[in-house]
Structures are given as C-alpha cells and as structure tokens.
Design a protein around this ligand. Sequence first.
Ligand SMILES: [Zn+2]
Length: 211
Amino acid sequence: MNPNKPDDVHLHIDADGWCAQAQQLRSPNCDVRADGVAIDLLVIHNISLPPGQYGGPYIAQLFTNTLDCDAHPYFDQLRALRVSSHFVIRRDGSLQQFVSTLQRAWHAGVSQFGERQRCNDFSIGIELEGCDTEPFADAQYTRLCQLSRALQQAHPLLAVTGHEHIAPGRKTDPGACFDWLGYRTLWAADVPSSAHNALPPFVTVAQKTQP
Ligand SMILES: [Zn+2]
C-alpha cells in the first residue's frame, strides 16, 4: 500500500444510512435495529465466491438471495444461508452497499465484543473481496479508508475490529494478510493531525466469548 497516494474522494452517508457513491444493491437479509442502540462498531471481513476467485457476480447474488447454488460445487453449502453485509469493497476498489447502516445486516453471526454479544445489533459490516491467504489490493485500502471516515462522520464509532476477533475459533477473516497498521495509517493520513486521537481504537485481539 502507498500511504502517499492522493485520496481526495470524500464519501458521504446520508440521513437514511446510504452512501450515494456506492452501487446500491438492496438485500432483503436485514431487519430493524433495536431502539436506541448506538451503531458504534466497525467489523472488517473478507469474502470471495468461489473462495479465492474474484470478479464474479456471486457475492452480490448471495447477499440478495439470487445465487444459483447449482452454478458451482462450493455453492451447494450456501443454499440455506441468509446473510448480508452493509458494504462490499471489490478488488478494484468499487463499493457496493446492500443494507442501510441504520438497519441490522446479517454479517457477524454468533459473536461477542467486550461484554456485548450479537454484534450485528450494533455494528456495521464491511466485506473486502479477498481471502485469508492473499494480500488485499491497494485500491481496497484506499476505499476502505474513505468509507471509514464517512462512517465515523455518521455514527459514534467506538472501535474497529475483525470478524475473527469477535467470533474466534469460528471465523478467520479478514485474516493475517489484512494490513491493520497500514489501514490505520492510511485512515489517519487524511485526518487533521490535531484530530488523530479521534480515530477509534483498532481491537485486533480475540474477544473472550461466553460459553
Ligand atoms: Zn466474516
């Protein structure tokens, strides 16, 4: 990643929780958040369908319940799955949004952050097209940072974490190839120096889970 790369794109999350600059592909796999719950956690994931293959329409189809599960042997196990994420960042950095940030997307599953369980209730999920064993693209970090800044403007983010950290033993994404330090450095690079402390902490240790 090149942290010196110019980054003058400012994304915006509107009052309805949608990013105008994202391709909107509305997923039915969402529901309302409980009244009064602060949306304060960012959860980073990776996904590729089939695993390790990029560029196809399958992630979007999975999240919109339009995936032909006969199209690839791997998809057979996805038949009963009803999942979504608020955002997907593809390898070229293009941004898709499936669920309003004001609604609950179904990305984290059984999970715990600190004392709080069911992270879907209070988090925003961002999927990077990728896998656990291959570096992510520079364009993805650039877009992720643009999106993170926009989300921080719209929601009182208290922390950023990975799916593997809130569901240890069950999930492994975004994995060891995800460059947490580079992400933080690039995010901070476009924030006025006086406001660096305003970046939410990155919590990249496995959270204790209740039995
Ligand atoms: Zn995940």
